[in-house]
Design a protein around this ligand. Structure first.
Ligand code: NAD
Length: 486
């Protein structure tokens, strides 16, 4: 059994309850972790609070070196972390190796950035004065992450939060807590209490963390429904909230693009991690003259994809995280069929895989705008293909969503590309190359997809608060002070 990590020490917690972590590919229990409760949240927040005064005074250069060491330890343990990630998320080992490296890169990026980000000096109103704009840490940051990218999305929060001089309490999703608990070994060179890792139910441990009076900032990634709940709870104490929520990403395929490249890229963005990516293709709009051709090429490619366990190097499409999630995808596809959708490929569980929560990569056609499947993210390996006549129509369709996380355009026409990136209402805009992140490029959503940005300079600002210092160095008496001169 793995244990919680509070104040630099391992603990089984006080509740005596546990959570079983199940491999989505085999349905075997991988390990058991303590199901912490409110007492564990209190202990972790208190430990972090004690560590904060000293940690925020650690010079930025030294903090940067400590973060570089975290990155080094992540890379040194790449294979072990990647295997644990594969067993708890179901995702391919190949991709998970990359995600360990990518998470390390995030720590290195913020280690570099914090070396010259303390604030700025602004011109003063009079000579003999100094005006400073200081960026200061906030204190204890609660980091809550979803099941789909437990390590990478955590790195996007913890690296900038620590770089800025904050201390953290981490809560992973109940389905995927193992890699997160194992991170104690990449953080144990930091002063005790700077990083604390607790597990437990969202509604218990998550709520307690969000509501805790000594946690001024919550960085959350997860569903819009949970984000709304956290937003309401945070309002009580005017907390700083950083919310990365759900999406309904549109893809526009123009007739002028390289259709072969678009076909392969859409399959990748639709079926990567079994479609359990916040920015996966949820709605694909293809220009009328190439719609039929694209549908043929896309379904031919989809039907050849290898479905299987993530430990198998040949696997392209992995299982869903759980039985309930697989059943929900299945039910929503059947609902779409009843509403008139045609299942071109997939639409069922693979027969040869008797264990695991697999679902065949599925292509739907004959969909109409407004059908239920197109309104809310499906979070499964299902790609609906629709058509459009004019570029205006494509932009209207793509923007007609309460979400605004990401979007992709396939086109070689510079005029279209420019109109698209100016008019599309999303935070992550891709052209001909979906889902690619950049540590220096801010990531986040508009509309109901969230508040704030991760990565880039913006991702550091999320964990800082601004202070304006006005200092009259000479200390001269001002003519407007009391008593007023005659
Ligand atoms: P979820 O909202 O069910 O859970 C996310 C986290 O919140 C988990 O750790 C969970 O335990 C915790 N939680 C649940 N209830 C809580 C509560 N009342 N208070 C505090 N914490 C609580 O999401 P999920 O199913 O794990 O992840 C899938 C969702 O995450 C999808 O909607 C996806 O689009 C979204 N997501 C968004 C991004 C992004 O960057 N915008 C990235 C990945 C995933």
């Amino acid at each position: 059994m793995r244990r919680l990590w509070i104040d630099g020490e391992f603990t089984e917690g006080s509740t005596g309850r546990t959570i079983q972590v199940v491999d989505p590919a085999t349905e075997e229990i991988v390990d058991v972790v303590p199901k912490g409760g409110v007492a564990e949240v209190d202990r972790a927040v208190a430990a972090a609070g004690r560590a904060f005064p000293a940690w925020k005074r650690v010079p930025a250069l030294e903090r940067a070196e400590l973060l570089v060491e975290t990155a080094r330890r992540l890379r040194a343990n790449r294979e072990e972390f990647a295997i644990t990630l594969t067993r708890e998320t179901g995702r391919t080992l190949r991709k998970n190796r990359g995600y360990v490296d990518w998470s390390a890169t995030c720590f290195e990026y913020y280690a570099g950035l914090i070396r010259d980000r303390r604030g700025r000096v602004i011109p003063s109103a009079e000579t003999g004065q100094l005006n400073l704009v200081l960026q200061e840490p906030m204190g204890v940051v609660g980091c809550i992450v979803p099941f789909n990218y437990p390590l990478m999305l955590l790195a996007w929060k913890v690296a900038p939060a620590l770089a800025a001089g904050n201390v953290v309490v981490i809560k992973p999703a109940s389905q995927t807590p193992l890699t997160t608990l194992d991170l104690s070994r990449v953080f144990d060179h930091l002063p005790r209490g700077v990083v604390n890792i607790i597990t437990g139910a969202g509604a218990e441990v998550g709520d307690a963390l969000v509501m805790h009076p000594d946690v001024p900032c919550i960085a959350f990634t997860g569903s819009t429904a949970t984000g709304q709940r956290i937003y309401r709870m945070g309002a009580e104490r005017i907390k700083k909230l950083h919310l990365e929520l759900g999406g309904s990403d549109a893809v526009i395929v123009c007739a002028d693009c390289d259709l072969e490249a678009a076909t392969r890229a859409v399959a990748w963005t639709g079926f990567l991690n079994a479609g359990q990516v916040c920015t996966s293709a949820e709605r694909v709009y293809v220009e009328q003259p190439v719609h039929r051709r694209f549908l043929e090429m896309f379904s031919a490619l989809t039907s050849k994809l290898v479905v299987g366990p993530g430990m198998d190097e040949k696997t392209e499409v992995t299982p869903l995280i759980g039985r309930a999630e697989r059943d929900q995808v299945e039910a929503r596809v059947q609902q779409a069929r009843r509403e008139g959708a045609e299942i071109v490929t997939g639409g069922r569980r693979p027969e040869r895989l008797t264990k695991g929560w697999f679902y065949e990569p599925t292509v739907l056609a004959g969909m109409r705008h407004g059908m239920s499947l197109l309104k809310e993210e499906i979070f499964g390996p299902v790609v609906p293909i629709l058509s459009f006549s004019t570029f205006d129509e494509a932009l209207d369709l793509a923007n007609d969503s309460p979400y605004g996380l990401g979007a992709t355009l396939f086109s070689t026409d510079a005029k279209k590309v420019r109109r698209y990136y100016e008019e599309i209402q999303v935070g992550n805009v891709w052209v001909n190359d979906p889902l690619v992140d950049n540590p220096a490029g801010p990531f986040g959503g508009m509309k109901m997809s969230g508040l704030g940005r991760e990565l880039g300079e913006e991702g550091l600002l999320e964990f800082q608060q601004t202070k304006h210092v006005h200092w009259d160095i000479e200390g001269r008496i001002k003519p407007w002070w009391y008593p007023l001169a005659d």
